[in-house]
Ligand binder design. Structure first.
Ligand code: BYC
Length: 330
């Protein structure tokens, strides 16, 4: 059932005349800015789209711990280690709030996890790139969490109540993540020539993968039109990508680093930076499972799931025992 639920719908948006009375009433609530709550009636495709997006978002938070978790034991100072540890723990918490939000739509966390583990559900493309050195950890916090904030701040106003509310706390924590990342990369950029070179290399390698986080160009986006009509998404992929470029280019300049994209140029008429598109064939290849780290990431999550089986079994056995004791006492 849920395998069906996560497949792309890719349908055109219905006009009001094509909607059933129930669908039209639902759309009117959305248009009036009302929040939809779990027990409210909703079109099956709205539910399906939310399960796909919230589920993939949750998986991204969980898989997203891997590239940074890899550096906790090698952080250069105790302070950096404590900060990174806190950040990675926050990501686990974000995954949990999001799985809870998805569960209110009638899908279990175990089902979602199994769909991640067997490749039926996606997670953000960015986490299929490696973190090669400490400088990459600064760049991930600054660029990846920076991109996440731009994507997630509008999601605080998304139409589905539990998702919108989860985003409020997530965004607060993401701000701390981006600041600590900027602080770490700034230290590198202002350090020795070798450290500055490392910072430059991190920005060069992570820039285009960060742009890919916003999804394919609008013309190739399958879900945007319907998701925006339902206010599941508040902006198109290209709008948010442009916002990220406009916000980040001055930060790169402030750090005294070279812009990773020679095509970056302020466009007076548009009031935005022009930039070069990422290689979209690389993006589609990565989300098909062929990125540099896809195999490792899924192997790590599968191992964690298998290793944790005894804990889940133990907790379930304890819960059953407690429930049976309660029934016996009644
Ligand atoms: N990676 O029709 P489109 C974080 C897929 S966590 C992989 O435009 P949509 C962090 C898309 O799923 C950040 N797949 O899709 C964590 C669809 O395929 P399916 C995660 C992608 O949903 C730890 C197809 O391409 N944030 O920051 O309208 C540590 C067509 O795309 C990607 C979220 O999940 C991608 N980048 O828009 C540090 C935010 N892009 O599903 C940091 C919530 C697209 O039909 N999600 N695809 O098989 C969203 O805002 C939207 O889902 C997206 C895509 C903008 C990502």
């Amino acid at each position: 059932m849920y395998a069906q639920m996560v497949q792309s719908t890719g349908k055109d948006v219905k006009t009001t005349a094509e909607m059933t009375p129930e669908e039209a009433a639902f759309q009117a609530r959305i248009d009036a800015g009302e929040k939809i709550e779990p027990k409210d009636w909703m079109p099956p495709a709205y539910r399906k789209t939310l399960i796909r997006q919230i589920g993939q978002h949750a998986h991204s938070e969980i898989v997203g711990q891997l590239p940074e978790g890899n550096w906790i034991t090698r952080a250069p100072t105790l302070e950096r280690k404590a900060i990174l540890l806190a950040k990675v723990q926050d990501e686990a918490g974000h995954g949990l709030y999001l799985y809870c939000a998805a569960e209110t739509l009638g899908v279990s966390r175990d089902d979602l996890t199994e769909m991640l583990l067997d490749g039926r559900m996606k997670y953000s493309s960015i986490f299929n790139y490696p973190t090669l050195n400490w400088s990459d950890i600064g760049a991930v916090g600054w660029l990846v969490d920076g991109a996440a904030i731009i994507n997630q701040v509008p999601l605080q106003r998304t139409s589905f109540g539990p998702y919108a509310r989860a985003m409020v706390r997530v965004c607060k924590e993401e701000s701390f993540h981006a600041r600590q990342g900027f602080d770490a990369i700034r230290k590198m950029a202002e350090g020795t020539p070798a450290q500055k070179k490392m910072a430059q290399d991190s920005v060069n390698r992570l820039w285009f993968p960060a742009l890919m986080m916003f999804g394919p160009p609008d013309k190739d986006s399958v879900h945007s039109e319907q998701s925006m009509a339902w206010r599941i998404k508040m902006n198109t992929n290209d709008e948010l990508r442009q916002k990220f470029v406009d916000q980040t280019v001055p930060q790169i300049e402030f750090l005294g680093l070279d812009l990773p994209d020679p095509g970056t140029k302020w466009n007076e008429e548009r009031g935005h930076y022009d930039y070069t598109d990422p290689d979209w064939s690389e993006f589609f290849d990565v989300i098909k499972g062929n990125g540099p780290c896809n195999v490792d990431r899924l192997a790590a999550r599968n191992k964690a799931w298998d290793d944790g089986k005894w804990v889940r079994d133990g907790l379930l056995a304890h819960a059953r025992k407690k429930a049976a004791a309660k029934v016996a006492a009644e």
